[in-house]
Structures are given as C-alpha cells and as structure tokens.
Ligand binder design. Sequence first.
Ligand SMILES: Cc1cc2nc3c(=O)[nH]c(=O)nc-3n(C[C@H](O)[C@H](O)[C@H](O)COP(=O)(O)OP(=O)(O)OC[C@H]3O[C@@H](n4cnc5c(N)ncnc54)[C@H](O)[C@@H]3O)c2cc1C
Length: 496
Amino acid sequence: MTETSIPQSLGDRRAIVIGGGITGLAAARVLADRGARVTLLERDPDATVATADEAFATWQRRGAPQVRHSHAFLGRLRSLLRDRYPDILDGLLAAGARELDMLERPPVTLPPMEYVPGDEDFVALGCRRTTFEWVIRQVISTNPNVELIPGVKVDGLTSAEPPRVDGVRYHGPEGERVVHADIVVDASGRGSRAPVWLQEIGCPPPEEEEKPSGVIYFTRYYRLREGAEEPPRSEHPSAADYNWIKYAIFPADENTFSITFAVPLAVPRLKILAEPAAFDAMVAAIPGIAPWADPERAEPIGDPQHPIQKMGGLINRKRAFVVEGQPLAPGFFPLGDAVYCTNPLYGRGCAQAFIHADLMGQSFDASGGDPVAAMIDLDRRAREAIEPFYRASVMADSDAVRKAEGRPARRLDNRIRAYFLEQGVLPGTRCDPVIYRAFLRMFNMFESPEKAFGSPEVILRTLLVLARGRRFRDKLKLPDPPDREQTIARCEQAAA
Ligand SMILES: Cc1cc2nc3c(=O)[nH]c(=O)nc-3n(C[C@H](O)[C@H](O)[C@H](O)COP(=O)(O)OP(=O)(O)OC[C@H]3O[C@@H](n4cnc5c(N)ncnc54)[C@H](O)[C@@H]3O)c2cc1C
C-alpha cells in the first residue's frame, strides 16, 4: 500500500502514543500515515547507536526487559510488512535480518515438497529484537508527522466532558507536563497501568483474564566464528518440546543466533540454567543444539555480567476495553501487549502488536476517523483476528503444565483433543505435506489451530495417520530426549 492510497482519515488530529516498543512504533506509523500528528512518549533513552551490534550491546531498554531474549518474527508479520510497510521490511533486510524460508528445512522424514501458491508466506524473519526495534525506530523517526520523545514516563491520563480521554500526564528531565490529544494510544506493553489510569479519571477498569504460562525463559546469544557455517540439517530438530524442557535455536542478523530454554515451573531444579556452566551443560546434552554452540563454531556474545538472560512472570492475559458494545474510555486505544499478552514460547507477540496497530488504521478508515466508532470496530476486528491465538496459547499452556506435572487430562474432550494432536497431527507433520502446511499456517499465525487442524482435509489425513497404527507412527518419532534426571544432575554438577 503506498502512502497516497491511504485515506487521510485523521488529518489535523493530534495523537499521543504511550510507549515506543513494537506496538508504539507500529501505531505511530499507522496514525501518521493517515495524517495525524503523533507524539510518541517513551520512558527509555534513545538508541544513539550506528549499528545493530551496538544496539544489542549498549541500548538501555529497562522498559522492555525481554529485548535481549530470542525473538521469532513470524511469517504473518513478515507478510504484513511486505504487503503494507515495505520500507520497514527493506530496512530490516538491509540491517542484516534474514528471511527464513520454513520450507527449506522441513522435517527430514517428509517426502520432497513442490512449492504451491501460498508457500511464499511461510517465511519468518530472523534477527535480534534490538535490531528489529532499532530499524523500525529509524524508519519512523524520518516521518515528518511523528515526534519521538525519549526518556519521559507517562504517569496517568487526563479527561474531558463528555467523558473521554483527552491527554496524558508525564514527567521527564524537564519536569512534569500535560499534553492533550484527540487520540491516546496505550502501547506501554505487558506492564501497562491502564486499569489504574482509567480508574483515576473515573472510568471503569477493563475486564481482565490472566493465566500463567507456566514457564521461565533462559536465553544466550552467540556469533558464528569467521568462516564458520551453521550446522547441517539432521534428524535432531532445532526446536523441540521434551515436556520437562523446551528448546529452540533462533538464527539472527550479523551471523548471530540465540538458544532459548523454556523451563516448566513444575521442574524448579532447572532454574540452575541461569548459571552459565549449567546452561552450557544443557546445550551439550541436547544433540539438536550442541553442534551450534560448539566453541570451534561459535562464541557467546552479550552482556558479560549477565551472559544468560532469565525471565519469569510470563503470562497470558487479555483485557476488554469495549464492554457491552461501548468503549470504557472514548479516545483511549490500548494496543499490543497492553491488551493481548501471550506466552512468548509461541513467538506471536510482535505479530499481534503489528496486526493490532494495522487493524486500528483500518478501523479509523472504516469509521471516517470517528474515535468511538473506530474503537468499537477495532474491538470487533481484534476479537476475530487476535483473540483466537490468545485462546490457543492458554489451551496449549494448560496442556503443557499438565504434562510437565505428569497429570493426565481429566475431561474426555481434552483427552480426545490431546490424542488427536499428539498421535495424529504431530506425526502427520512429519509424513504428510498437507498436515505440515497446516502446521505452518498455524505456527506463522495465518490460521488459528482450530482452523488449521479443523479443516475437513486435515482431519481426514490425520485420521489416516491414526489408522496406520502405532508402529507406523513410531518410525516418525523424533530421537529420544536425553535422560531427564541425568541431564539435570549434570547441569547441577557443572554449576557447582
Ligand atoms: C521473554 C520473551 C520472549 C519473547 N519472544 C517473542 C518472540 O519470539 N516473538 C514475538 O513476536 N514476541 C515475543 N515476545 C513478545 C514481545 O516481546 C511483545 O509481544 C512485544 O514486545 C509487544 O510490544 P509492545 O510494544 O506492546 O510492548 P513492549 O515491547 O514491552 O514495549 C512497551 C514500551 O512501553 C514503554 N513504556 C512502558 N511504560 C511506559 C510509560 N509509563 N511511559 C512511557 N513509556 C512506557 C517501555 O519502555 C517499552 O518501550 C517475547 C516476550 C518475552 C517476555
């Protein structure tokens, strides 16, 4: 979409965006494209760096502590950038982001796959989160409609009659300030204080549902040594779920990559992975990742004081700011993690953020710029486009917690679903291209799991996999994981 084809539905409007993370940057772009004059308020300092490596090494991002954890940027996000924000995709590729074609490395057990229309979307972006954000910031900062003010923290909202949000209070190096606007976007992320801010101005708080993800994240970054290449594909996958630990490798820009372990809270001994020696021992124990981190091939990079990044408190949460068809606070547009927060394991947060901001633009266009109608329209669009993935995260997490704790599913429908997925769909992704493509559509957020695995063709093919019996499915199994007790003991010994 070129700028001239975007309706100028917000010409002359003033907008404030709280938070300059992925959602805030996307929202600023969407509003500015429609003619709004946007002030973006971000509590962290600016990235005064010249390269992606410098951004990774030095940019202070206390407000978004996840930025030095592995980030996957799914096919849905890359397609959205390609189709509607090509300058951002170009900037990312110029900065070294890699296009990771998921059909280039299918499971070794699949028969050869011919490309079919739609396959071109199964391409994720591989780059460090600091690179991703730094590039988008550079693109947005050249937009004449956007003013980015770093180093200021929003403390609350202001309101006007008839009841609506008409600005924010913030403080920074120049003291306290109030700034007014027609549209206030809350893009302050998972720590958003929107419920408190709304109550302070006499509005009801949003309806909220929160579920724990049940995992803790441990991440370490590496760079391939000069001349070294990534290890060849093998029967050992680069991402897997052993129930007692999940792992993945994230190829990224500038010859970097990261390894992340997601550890169930039900296995507290694995918190030892915060110790570099224990982390290294776990890497060495898992054949799918050990060759990547071989010291001959790669060296660790990152903060020498905190070589292993650890993050807990990971939640699934959704908030409703439109209740019974009416916005709780007209003029106030919460987006991204402030509304839908999902377990990072599924890599959906940044795609959700961009989709949400893009939908806001569509809602303003559909409502001719009317903020109340746009808010109601956006709520409907987000419930259709984003909420199914929130529900999928909650369901998958509750299954994973149950398995990590060694509990069987209690309800019959859950037992049937688990059997269908584990004994049918999962082996199906390793022998049937149609089921594998359904998995890729789900993984890359083009379809919810219900839609991807619930189509008549995929159900039929999954039933065929089930009908072929256990011996057939056993041949498709991934190699056995390392022994849990021995591996954890080895990590503990290494740390000691
Ligand atoms: C460990 C981890 C790993 C993840 N991995 C992935 C992944 O692989 N793929 C993926 O797509 N997503 C991933 N995510 C999710 C992703 O990071 C978030 O979904 C995404 O950052 C949401 O963007 P946001 O802008 O809404 O929030 P954030 O990126 O958190 O940004 C919020 C911004 O608001 C600023 N801010 C906060 N309060 C204020 C205030 N009062 N005033 C001014 N500024 C304020 C903060 O400084 C920050 O810059 C991961 C998350 C975690 C925790």
